[in-house]
Design a protein around this ligand. Structure first.
Ligand SMILES: Cc1ncc(COP(=O)(O)O)c(C=O)c1O
Length: 367
């Protein structure tokens, strides 16, 4: 049912350097002497050790496990799937590109929502795809990805990939599990669904639980950038049927996910209270920010993420506010797409509710 890009369909690509962890598993014993990988000598006075500690210097010295075995086990347990249904890479963004490389031939149609997360288009253009945009469905001020129309365009255009951010960026909209399952069923079987769940950790209500397990011909993307405070480390993972994961593993730059990033990710995944605390604090800040905005007469979009977006009647007003805040050294985000450039997106953060920010958002541009 999965249709890979033509050059991958009947070809198995073999990784020339599968790494020490795989070798140990094949041998059934540890490798204690690593003199086959051309790594550097340990240096007791490394400047890295001085700044960050010996452990980091040692991790930096050694090639990482290309398959991030330890992380796959943890993410599999966390999501109730098996380890061969999980793959780690350098953030959800890298996984978007990986999904496109897996399924898309130059000239193929791919479908997204016009004004949604723009990195999908950026990467799709880079692989020579024909990007088709479906407008948001509007409900008053609210914007939501139009699942019916997305599926229809994918069907008519024989799309190789459909991208959906759920929750969506920048609208914050969230489609529940039944809607996502219905979308998958409405799509042609060969269309890869890139289901970007970068913000799903902030969907904590029981009725907002995402569908369980891997979905057919779907790469579900998760990240440690948001709910684990690791955006700078670049760690994300995909949940997908084992056949998709196995093919994705054949075309990934095998050492991209660094030893340091893998070790850091293990630490945060082993401490579930850490991300629970971060999520809970973020949700409190998001509620607080939304209420402050309502009190100022604004109508922030309902959000299932770690940000709040505010629609303005006119993109020029949004731009003036953004520019004003920038002159005070404060960066908020305004999307560039015509469908969403009337929005201002503000991260849930203690500094988002300063009087300077709130007054500016309400249109009072003090000098
Ligand atoms: C919808 C969406 N997907 C992916 C990402 C990037 O995630 P990562 O840092 O894991 O590459 C973002 C970042 O803002 C995002 O909004």
């Amino acid at each position: 049912m999965t249709r890979f890009a033509r050059h991958l369909e009947h070809h198995t690509i073999v990784n020339p350097f599968p790494g020490i962890v795989k070798l140990e598993a094949a041998l059934g014993h540890r490798i204690k002497t690593r003199i086959g990988s051309n790594e550097s000598l340990p240096d007791p006075v490394s400047p890295l050790a001085g700044e960050f500690g010996k452990a980091l210097a040692e991790l930096a010295r050694l090639y990482p496990d290309p398959y991030a075995h330890a992380l796959r086990q943890r993410a599999a347990a966390l999501n109730g799937v098996s380890a061969d249904e999980v793959l780690f890479d350098t953030g959800a963004d890298s996984l978007i590109l990986l999904g496109l490389r897996l399924s898309c031939n130059a000239g193929d149609a791919v479908v997204t929502t016009g004004g949604s997360y723009p990195t999908f288009r950026y990467f799709a253009e880079g692989v020579g795809a024909r990007v088709l945009e479906v407008p948001y469905l509007t409900q008053g001020d609210r914007l939501q990805p139009d699942l019916k129309r997305l599926a229809e365009v994918a069907r008519v255009e024989h799309a190789s990939v459909l991208y959906l951010a759920n929750p969506d960026n920048p609208t914050g909209h969230y489609w529940q599990a039944d809607d996502i399952r219905a979308l998958r069923e409405a799509l042609p079987l060969h269309t890869l669904l890139l289901l970007d769940e970068a913000y799903v950790d902030f969907c904590t209500e029981a009725e907002d639980a995402p569908p369980a397990g891997p979905l057919p011909n779907t790469l579900r993307l998760r990240t440690l950038s948001k709910a684990y405070a690791m955006a700078g480390m670049r760690v994300g993972y995909a949940i997908a049927p084992a056949q998709l994961i196995a093919k994705a593993d054949q075309i990934r730059p095998q050492f991209a996910l660094s030893s340091v990033a893998q070790a850091a990710a293990q630490i945060v995944l082993d401490d579930p209270d850490y991300s629970r605390r971060l999520i809970s604090h973020t949700l409190t800040l998001r509620h607080h920010l939304s209420h402050e905005l309502y009190d100022l007469g604004l109508t922030p979009l309902p959000s299932h993420t770690n940000f709040v977006s505010v629609p303005y009647a006119d993109p020029m007003q949004a731009e003036a506010i953004q520019r004003h805040l920038l002159t005070h050294g404060i960066a908020i985000h305004r999307p560039q797409h015509p469908a969403t450039r009337h929005l201002l997106r503000i991260t849930a953060h203690p500094q988002a509710t300063s009087s300077r920010v709130l007054n500016a958002l309400a249109g009072q541009l003090e000098p």
